[in-house]
Design a protein around this ligand. Sequence first.
Ligand SMILES: [Zn+2]
Length: 539
Amino acid sequence: MTDPAPADLLIRAAAVHTLVPGEPPRRAVAVTGGRIAALAAAPDGLDALIGPATEVVDAPDSTMLPAFDDTHTHLVLAGHSVHGVPVHRARDLPGFLGLIRERAARTPAGQWIHTTVNWQEVLLTEQRMPTTGELDDATAEHPVLVRRGAYNMVLNSAALRLAGITAATEAPPGGVIERDGHGRLTGRLVNRAVELVERVLPRPTLAERIEGLRAASAGYAATGIGTVRDCLVPVEDLDVLDAARAGGALAVRVRALVSGFAARTPEQVDALLDRMDDWRADGRDDDRLRLWGVKFGIDGGFEAGAVEEPYQGQPCYHGRLLWEPAELLAAVDRVVERGWRVGVHAWGDRGLRVLLDVFEQVLERRPGLPPGTLVVEHGGLARPEQRARAVALGIPVTVQHPLLHDGALTQQRAWGEERTAALFPLREWLDEGALITGGSDFPVGPYGAMVSVWGMTTRGTTAGVVGPEHAIGRAEAIALHTVNAARLTGESAVRGSLRPGSFADLTVWPRDPLDCPVDALRELLPTRTVVDGRTTHLS
Ligand SMILES: [Zn+2]
């Protein structure tokens, strides 16, 4: 018998939770060639695998878990935003504007200044966005773009001028250029009106994009995340992700959902799928960067999710359906016919009902469709009858407590407290046998392995604890980001749990997330994250 190859990395810990059913915690893990070579019950059980080049990590107080997946997030958007003015750290408007003033002081006049996008104005003391006048006071020398998420902006006067927006400008269909009671611009642009600005923004170079992805993916790794499912990748950005991978800039594995938001006709859907087929045919798909499928959306979010009962104080408003069901059916059917998967955003109970109608018809037409081909993204307000249908149809649902955490106040204003508390009924989903997986929806909710576990187990939000009866246990919450996540992406054989032969995607924690005080989870960060056997984060 020949000796086994020496390990590249050997970690000894207090407990290694493999998440293999029925398996007791281990004490040592050995990694070779990006794979787990062996696990042992004793701390010194793998010492025979130590060679001259083996990195040996002694962490006798630490706990190990698989690296987490964020199964619904927006890495590409994070890459754009990561070098922006960090206004997400501001607690009030003076602090917010001070950060912009500070950046202006070290930015050449005339150059654009933009903010990070992961913040909520309801969390500022003043509970509102800054005005154009306030931004002009911060700097008149630079065009300033304050952006929250993808579809909300406020500009200063210099930026409005560069975008060619005046009080007479008409917004594109579905967009809003806000005006005050006197018809004057407020500087606020919503939904498709943001396109007026996007077309005049200086385009970042490829090198800048790669650096953005490097920093953004390192941010995920620092919270214990090893794989992100990016739910809105513009098809042309696949090349940027590819270049980032080639340059070693991706600290996380990426599973990409290409944006189908602009593909409304059969021809447009086919054109998108042609580009995806070309990508796959080029052999560019690998374990680090994999094309998962197409993303559509059936309704809006906090303020436009389609609900059965009207919005609070707006008896005629039930949110918005973004598709005619027959057209969405045709688009989804085309995507799956060509062998791709589909994730569809559904937020309100009406949105989810109509989406399940569509999915049901697709499954009737195509009974042999592999499980997991059709996925509900969010399924926020999932009523018992809809949960029963999703479970019966075998449709996985990605859930994001961080989205509820940050959005609870906004949602209460639109829907009232009862419906807000009913969002993400995780206890029920699990008890009823659904496959649900955990994510963040960053930049709306904060990403992070344990902040999500904390939220799912406590139901804590910015509006206090909401719907505590929907909370789940810690082991369950961890499974949503690991074992279940790997089932969603069809990678259970190599990811989600720690077994010999599986990918060496690991996290090392200074306390045991399964039994530290629950409130410690909120701030708990890993001391080390490993992806593919490579350390992507070390603190
Ligand atoms: Zn999303």
